[in-house]
Design a protein around this ligand. Sequence first.
Ligand code: M6R
Length: 608
Amino acid sequence: MCGIVGIVGNVPVAPLLVDALKRLEYRGYDSAGVATLETGGVLARRRAEGKLRNLEAKLAASPLGGLIGIGHTRWATHGAPTEANAHPHATDKVAVVHNGIIENFHQLKDELKAKGRVFASDTDTEVIAHLVTVELERGLSPVDAVGGVLKRLTGAFALAFLFPGHDNLLIGARRGSPLAVGHGQGEMYLGSDAIALAPFTDQVTYLEEGDWVVVTRQGATIRDENDTVVQRPMVVSAATAFMVDRGNYRHFMAKEIHEQPDVMGRTLGQYLDFGTGRTRLPALPFDWARLDGITMSACGTAFYAGLVAKYWFERFARLPVDIDIASEFRYRETPMKRGGLALFISQSGETADTLASLRYCRAQGQHIAAVVNVTTSTIARESDVVFPTLAGPEIGVASTKAFTCQLATLCALAVAAGRARGVLSDADEAKLVQALAEVPRLAAQALRLEVQIERLARRISKSQDVLYLGRGTSYPLALEGALKLKEISYIHAEGYAAGELKHGPIALIDEKMPVVVIAPHDRIFEKTVSNMQEVAARGGRIILMTDPKGAAEATISAVETIVLPEMPATVTPMIYAIPIQLLAYHAAVLMGTDVDQPRNLAKSVTVE
Ligand code: M6R
């Protein structure tokens, strides 16, 4: 949710902290701040409400010196997004930045208030600064003070501390939220992820759950939750500064939409051998043939990818899929037969609800598999087998290329499962692999529809409500289309299974309501056409996404048609996702919203 950075260096760090925060702004952007130690180890802070540019303006007007500092970009949980609630929070003895939630902060705050401590913000974070201060005032060293305070905190968090008078000391801690240590030449760094540290170093150590770290210019000492000094491996991070560049695109989202032919191709190439027509998976800790079913859990767009995959696994592999939203699944207390397969889908690999679901399934004796984009993430590290999506860093808050790469990966898995279970023959497998090989070409063709879609987006941008309909694998796409439009244009939208229309939502239809129908000409096309007739009969304005055959057969008035190329039914979700994303993108651009950083949202949701 929030982004954290810390630098102990040899040149003034404030500009570097801001540079790192720019790369972390996708995690939260309702306020930002930095603190450094200026001459004589004196703490100085600048904080600003709103986007990072407001903080930059403050720093330009009133620069900060100092060779050591911490920074933060916030997604508000406790307390409004005001300057007073912006991090770092500080006393005269310590400054702290925090990502996550301190669940027992009310109790701690009452205790501190009773001791006469006065609070300047409404945040849970400020209690940490005061708790550490109390310990420092008792004469403890910063390391002992933080070590003791960490044991009093409940909840999920990552923290970075800076201490006035100690210009060669940062302390970081990780419980539930990620934190990485960057190793430079006589300089050291802390960051929420390797992307933040990419301009400084590619030598990164990821803290493990419960770890905390003492960082100086000379290196880092990591302790585990029992305070035992431990060694964690240093890895070379693949996140380069170049990869998080917007290039010639106006928004990251536009760039990421246009990258899809390439990244889907790369992802599919990892799981398919196009030469032999076979799937190829890493060594598996389970046997597809012995499974009774799969339990899937994910959030948001990743959940919709899983919903599409349910159709594939059930059809190709005759494997029943039980899929749920992770925030529901984690508390559902689902009984599970030991030895089953639980599959989690997540771009970030840090989503709190998905991670909690994973841990529940682990406790239930399941094999844990994950489809993730960030392979250094907690979900990846806690899984028995990881199926990476090769989407590259996704910066736009609205997920686009991560979604289609999740679909590509899940489709390859379903085909592999089908073959392993003997449901698909060699010839079936080869035919499906051949169909998937067409995906990059078809995706590039779909992108060529952008001019037409931009025109249609004008109509959408003037609407108050939009309905998305689809059947089969197009039903989760309808849900995804509605989510995409809502989150970046703020237009109210709903996705429905087309067959469900007459059970309620049809009451919404009038001449003002655009209805986006996703209907490739497949075995249930006729049924969707009937549902379109029902919409048209009530004056609804239809935007139909189909192929040449569908366009020829859907003889309904009041239809605007986006004609995609003919393609095998299996690959339609990966290709039809593209016009859906473009429609939402252009509607949002026309409405002048902040496409990459829509209001109230954050890229990685590490709180409940
Ligand atoms: O990182 P994850 O894939 O676990 O994130 C899940 C959702 O938070 C995410 O897909 C969210 O719904 C996106 N903003 C959708 O565009």
